[in-house]
Ligand binder design. Structure first.
Ligand SMILES: CC(C)(COP(=O)(O)OP(=O)(O)OC[C@H]1O[C@@H](n2cnc3c(N)ncnc32)[C@H](O)[C@@H]1OP(=O)(O)O)[C@@H](O)C(=O)NCCC(=O)NCCS
Length: 174
C-alpha cells in the first residue's frame, strides 16, 4: 500500500502534494467560501476544515490516495484541492474524482487539468477499474469537467442527505 502512496505527477501548470495541518489557512479559506461551497449543505468553518485535512491524512495512510493540495508550479500559490476518495453510492463503494478551486482562479482550466492527472494516476498507479463523479444537477462546471476527462453520465440517484445527484462514470481498464 505504501509503495503506491504518492501524489499524481505534476501537470504543465500544477503540482500535487498531500495536505497537512500547515495548509489549514488555505483549506479553511477555500472551504469557507460560500461560492465554492454552493452545492454543499453549507461552508465549512475552521474546525471542519481541519477535519477535512485529518480525513484526507487518514485516506493517504489507509488507501494511498485522497484529495491533494494543488499549487501553481510557477508561483507556488495555493490553487485548491483535487483527488480521489472512496464514496458509497446506493450501497456500492467506488473511487470518486473531486475538485475545489479558489473562486478567483476559476475558469482557467485548472480543475480539468488536475482531474485529468488524477484519472491517469488512478488508472496507472492505483489500478482503479471504475472512476466516478457524484455531482449536483445544477453544477454545470463540474459536469463539464467529468465529461472532458472521459466520464459519461450514468444515472441520477439520491445522496445520503436525500438530495438528487448525477453519477458520472468511466471504466479505466483497457
Ligand atoms: C467545479 C470547479 C472545481 C471548476 O474549477 P475550474 O478550475 O474553474 O474549472 P475549469 O476552468 O477546468 O472549467 C471547467 C468547466 O467549467 C466551466 N466553468 C468554469 N467556471 C465557470 C463559471 N463560473 N460559470 C460557468 N461555467 C464555468 C468552464 O467553462 C469549463 O467548461 P467548458 O470547457 O465547457 O468551457 C470550481 O467551479 C469549483 O471549485 N466549484 C465549487 C466546488 C465544486 O462544485 N466542486 C465539485 C463538486 S462535484
Amino acid at each position: 500500500m505504501q509503495s503506491r502512496r504518492r501524489p499524481p505527477a505534476a501537470t504543465e501548470r500544477l503540482a500535487f502534494a498531500e495536505m497537512t495541518a500547515d495548509d489549514l489557512d488555505d483549506i479553511a479559506a477555500l472551504l469557507g467560501d460560500p461560492g465554492v461551497m454552493r452545492y454543499y449543505p453549507r461552508p465549512k468553518d475552521r474546525a471542519e476544515a481541519l477535519d477535512w485535512i485529518r480525513w484526507n491524512e487518514g485516506l493517504y495512510r489507509r488507501e494511498g490516495f485522497g484529495l491533494w493540495v494543488i499549487r501553481s508550479r510557477a508561483t507556488g500559490e495555493f490553487v485548491g484541492d483535487c483527488g480521489l476518495t472512496p464514496q458509497e453510492v446506493d450501497g456500492v463503494v467506488d473511487v470518486e474524482v473531486g475538485y475545489h478551486v479558489r473562486a478567483d482562479l476559476q475558469g482557467r482550466g485548472f480543475a480539468t487539468e488536475a482531474a485529468a492527472a488524477c484519472r491517469d494516476h488512478a488508472r496507472e498507479l492505483l489500478g482503479v477499474d471504475r472512476l466516478i463523479a457524484i455531482i449536483h444537477p445544477e453544477n454545470i462546471p463540474s459536469q463539464r469537467i467529468a465529461e472532458k476527462i472521459g466520464l459519461r453520465f450514468e444515472r441520477t440517484t439520491t445522496s445520503r442527505s436525500g438530495d438528487p445527484v448525477r453519477v458520472y462514470a468511466a471504466r479505466l481498464s483497457t
